[in-house]
Design a protein around this ligand. Structure first.
Ligand code: ADP
Ligand code: MG
Ligand code: MG
Length: 247
């Protein structure tokens, strides 16, 4: 069944047209990869899907689970189960990672979660990511290393169990071990939560242990190519040049 359908979507940022007539569909449980050079519009697509008000939709529609969410607010989309992990996660002094996740879960599921149950589940997920439990008490992302911030994002993914997770360069700036751990977390989400993934990435390291159903290539705000998982390898070997030549 189709979970996400993006139809002829055009997006502007500060009056500047970035994405042009983008089409993309993701079925339930599928993992898609979005690749493209810097400035192509990958993060713009993630932000538009999440409903970031700075990104205005000038054409087309976004459907989630058959419903038109094109103009819906961020919090409503989060409640529906759309999750965006940021390329540069925000630091939030005064809010602990644990409390942040718990209140996000309460909003998402519309009910209170007992502290005991929360802690138990949090520990289970932190174990998968090899995170020390003390991180839950620390202010959200404050003083976290790049790798710790990315792990905190994947921890949210495992706890919130979104139907659709958009991961924006979750692997950038990570060392080999951290990439493997983050990849384990994503695999856990893929395996046990039957969620769909849109992974925005430049590297293929994070994809090595994941099954990829489809790859999309965006260049200059336009979808230039679509293929299966092997397209990732092709781009890795040949770069984006072969797609540029077609312009
Ligand atoms: P990518 O993620 O593929 O590297 P982005 O979506 O971040 O590309 O950016 C695409 C284009 O949109 C770039 O030219 C960038 O400068 C512009 N852009 C993105 N976000 C903003 C913003 N918040 N304000 C101004 N320009 C932006
Ligand atoms: Mg980029
Ligand atoms: Mg980006």
């Amino acid at each position: 069944a189709e979970l996400l359908k993006i139809k002829d979507l055009s997006v502007s940022v500060e009056e500047k047209g970035i994405l042009k007539n983008v089409n993309l569909s993701i079925n339930k449980g599928e993992t898609h990869v979005l690749m493209g050079p810097n400035g192509a519009g990958k993060s713009t697509l993630g932000n538009a899907l999440m409903g970031n008000p700075r990104y205005s939709i000038t054409n087309g529609q976004i459907f989630f689970d058959g419903e038109d969410i094109t103009h819906e607010a961020v919090d409503k989309r989060a409640k529906r189960g759309i999750f965006l992990s940021f390329q540069s996660p925000l630091e939030v002094p005064g809010v602990s990672l644990g409390n942040f996740i718990r209140s996000a879960m309460e909003q998402r599921f519309g009910q209170r979660i007992r502290l005991w149950d929360f802690r138990k589940e949090l520990k289970k997920s932190m174990d998968i990511l090899g995170m020390d439990y003390s991180y839950a008490e620390r202010d959200l992302n404050v003083g976290f290393s790049g790798g710790e911030k990315k792990k905190a994002e994947i921890l949210q993914l495992l706890m919130l169990k979104p139907g659709l997770a958009i991961l924006d360069e979750t692997d950038s700036g990570l060392d080999v071990d951290a990439v493997r751990t983050v990849s384990e977390g994503i695999k856990e989400y893929q395996k046990n939560m039957e969620g769909s993934l849109l992974i925005i990435t430049h590297s293929t390291r994070i994809l090595e242990s994941l099954t990829v159903d489809k790859t999309h290539v965006v260049i200059n705000g336009v979808m230039k190519a679509e293929g299966d998982g092997s397209l990732v390898d092709k781009i890795n070997n040949e770069g984006f040049e072969s797609f540029l030549e077609k312009e």
